[in-house]
Design a protein. Structure first.
Length: 455
């Protein structure tokens, strides 16, 4: 009887697993990724990883470049969904003439690991030491601009802090961070221990369970609590595909490092050479820091305290909540796509970037936009000549009798230029007929043959 019960449980588990797999396949087929850029390349990092980078600009645009860096367990669609000029920050800035670039970091599904490496070997240090510098150098090399504006959401903004403190921000003209913490002390409180364990043992399973639960997000508000999103701040035209395509599987190495920082209570990078608590006040890049009132990772009050620690004067704080004049309280993710984000977030970001133009400006920057090359008009097909209009083909005298002496002509004789030929006179073509041999042709025929050769 015990064996029978075990068999039933095993059969039920297998059926549930098959049903889940079928559901996963159907959901993936219903939510394909749509890349809205025709300029896609793969940037190779110094440690030989290949990262997908997409470019968004108006035709012929020579605007200043802006790099967008996504957050944890996400990809470049973090900044691209939903579509529309007022739907996402990339298209908002593209419409204003900026040359926008998005990147998929090395733990995303589009990344190509170096030989012998895996996405689960990657760490946050790899993002900051290899991925960000490689992409910045690529953008400067391709565009001709010496520096780049940087926009980072969540962990993407944290990487801005790490890059600036490690390099002095030498490739950065300005920066915007959105909901970006500088420590991860609350990570252990926000992630239940079973989910934490699942992320470390089976990262793909954890990511797939999150994606499979997305269809329930709008119907069950309690599920949304597992996602740092204010459901009241979701645009009406934002659909399931928008959320599905912006999520990526967690990386074992990245999460272990973050959970380790949470346990230690301190962020230490670059093999101990960078301690955030000591170096954060010394940021160099002009910074606009955006924080949300309902953000579980770093709320408005905590964001203000972080902002006050930064010593440089060229900085700005933007708080997104009703108490700061917004129509709706923002949470962590909807900073990038809230209902009124175009006016309350995107507009101030564009103003901040415009207030920090890249100097010196390259010579081509002030030229008018390039006009797209017009498509060549198809050439008219030549009219087919009739039999009467075809010129008479007259063989050259003696062309059929090539002697050995002619074949053995010296190179000087072969290279001698032919005397200029007189342009043929216009005349009506004679009907085709077989030419008589030169030695037996009457005088009139011979003269006609010679005339044909001269023509």
């Amino acid at each position: 009887m015990i064996i029978s019960a075990f068999a039933w449980l095993l059969a039920a588990a297998l059926l549930l697993l098959l049903a889940g797999a079928a559901y996963s396949v159907l959901l993936a087929g219903a939510c394909p990724e749509i890349v809205r850029s025709n300029e896609i390349c793969h940037v190779t990092t110094p440690d030989l990883w290949k990262l997908r980078v997409c470019r968004f600009r108006k035709p012929g645009s020579r605007g200043e470049p802006v790099l967008f860096v996504h957050g944890l367990n996400a990809n470049q669609n973090n900044f691209l969904n939903p579509a529309g000029v007022n739907g996402n920050l990339v298209e908002f800035l593209k419409a204003r003439g900026y040359d926008c670039w998005t990147v998929d970091l090395r733990t995303t599904h589009t990344a190509q690991p170096a030989p012998g490496r895996s996405v689960h070997d990657a760490t946050v240090d790899d993002y900051a030491a290899y991925d960000i510098p490689a992409v910045l150098e690529h953008i400067c090399r391709v565009t001709g601009w010496d520096r780049v504006h940087y926009v980072g959401h969540s962990l993407g903004g944290f990487l801005l802090y790490a890059y600036d403190l490690h390099t002095g921000g030498r490739r950065l003209a300005s920066a915007v961070t959105m909901g970006s913490p500088v420590d991860f002390a609350r990570a252990n409180d926000l992630v239940p221990p079973p989910l934490k364990r699942l992320v470390e043992i089976a990262p793909w399973t954890a990511g797939e369970l999150l994606r499979l639960g997305l269809p329930l997000a709008r119907r069950f508000s309690r599920f949304v609590q597992f996602l740092p999103v204010n459901a009241a701040n979701l645009p009406g035209d934002m659909n399931l595909r928008d959320f599905y395509t912006m999520l990526d599987d967690p990386s074992r190495g990245v999460h272990r490092q973050i959970f380790g920082w949470a346990d230690a209570g301190e962020v230490v990078m670059y093999r101990g050479r960078l301690r955030f608590s000591e170096r954060l006040p010394h940021l160099n890049t002009p910074l606009m820091a955006v924080f949300a009132r309902l953000d579980p990772f770093i709320n408005s009050a905590e964001g203000r305290a972080l902002f006050d620690r930064i010593e440089m004067e060229d900085k700005k704080l933007l708080l997104c909540g009703r108490d700061a004049g917004c129509a709706i309280d923002y949470s962590h993710c909807d900073l990038a796509f809230g209902v009124n984000a175009a006016a309350e977030v995107f507009g101030p970001v564009a103003e901040w970037i415009a207030a920090h133009p890249i100097t010196p400006r390259p010579a081509f920057a002030d030229l008018p936009p390039e006009e797209p090359a017009p498509e060549p008009e198809p050439e008219p097909e030549p009219e087919q000549a009739t039999e009467e209009e075809l010129p008479e083909a007259v063989p050259a005298p003696g062309a059929e009798d090539v002697t050995d002496a002619d074949a053995s002509a010296t190179p000087e004789e072969e290279a001698a230029p032919d005397p200029p030929k007189k342009a043929p006179a216009k005349r009506k073509a004679a009907p085709r007929r077989k030419a008589a041999p030169a030695e037996s042709a009457p005088d009139g025929e011979t003269e006609k043959a010679e005339e044909g050769v001269q023509e």
